[in-house]
Ligand binder design. Sequence first.
Ligand SMILES: NC(=O)c1ccc[n+]([C@@H]2O[C@H](COP(=O)([O-])OP(=O)(O)OC[C@H]3O[C@@H](n4cnc5c(N)ncnc54)[C@H](OP(=O)(O)O)[C@@H]3O)[C@@H](O)[C@H]2O)c1
Length: 325
Amino acid sequence: MGNSQKIKWGIVGLGNIAQQFASELQLIDSAELCAVASRSIDKAQDFANKFKCSKAYGSYDELFQDENVDILYIATPHDSHAELTIKALQNNKNVLCEKPLALHYGDVVKMITTAKKYNKFFMEAFWTRFNPSIRETLQHIQNGSIGEVKYVNADFSIKFENPDNTRMTDIELGGGALMDIGVYPLFLAYLILGIPKEILAKSNFYSTGADTQTSIILQYEGAQAVLHSSFLYTCNVEATISGTKGRINLDPLWFMTESYSLTQGDQKTKFERPTLGKGYTYEIEECHACLKANKTESELWSHQNSLELAAIVEEVKNKIGLVYS
Ligand SMILES: NC(=O)c1ccc[n+]([C@@H]2O[C@H](COP(=O)([O-])OP(=O)(O)OC[C@H]3O[C@@H](n4cnc5c(N)ncnc54)[C@H](OP(=O)(O)O)[C@@H]3O)[C@@H](O)[C@H]2O)c1
């Protein structure tokens, strides 16, 4: 893939996040949306018209067979990520798949094994990893600016209207606060502190069996993370990382933040880091960089990172008694 060539994207499943992603593709000069697929040809055609995309398919399989696309973005509910990603890889497509990669750890293993077998680029769309403030936060920590990290506190609780009518409460689609939004606080704790020694977690549940609120403590040698997620009410959606010499506060909404502060003693320094678009642009650019360098995974959010995070999520599921078929 030459450096001057545009990367041709295809999108599978044309819901809410697909719309946002397609808008952000338009902000990247080296990206072209060349095909979209829905279970409905009318919906695909409307989406294609809106985003000036030349090809619309009324089934996902047709897009998997399109020889013209470089990379597919899987934007369906979590329950179908594994099956669709594996099919796409088997059709020799590179894949960016929405988070969480799958409902079960074993399926994440299968997805990564298939990517390796077909030697294709594959990444979980954990866009927060590429957010400029998050990247700088890691640099501050590595530089020792806040000393030894002892505590990570993050919440992702945003009220969803009409929970009865969303995939959020649909257990068949992998609904629940943990899998949809609770993975973000877990991601942050994992990014900073790694794999915990012990996990404590408690949830309350919707009538469907999907968790409505989940609180988690991750226990590390000499450090702890306290994490929370819910879709029944709105919290501050902030994150704080505290160390022996200072702390970093990621401003709301921390998972897509445009600013943060570094406090050392009495001195607080504020950093404004506006994002290009909402920030999906950075994961798109990471995919482009990897494809142009013939890499099959990102060094910033690797297969191993996805596997380790999925293992943590699996243990939280077991602790709270969350069951998906
Ligand atoms: N990175 C982020 O910031 C972010 C934000 C929101 C969501 N997400 C992730 O993106 C995924 C999709 O979320 P979303 O909010 O975009 O969901 P959504 O609005 O419900 O859209 C999902 C799309 O998937 C397709 N689909 C395939 N099988 C389906 C089924 N059985 N039921 C319903 N839809 C089905 C549909 O597209 P067609 O009708 O066109 O086939 C639907 O429009 C989830 O895994 C979620 O975790 C990520």
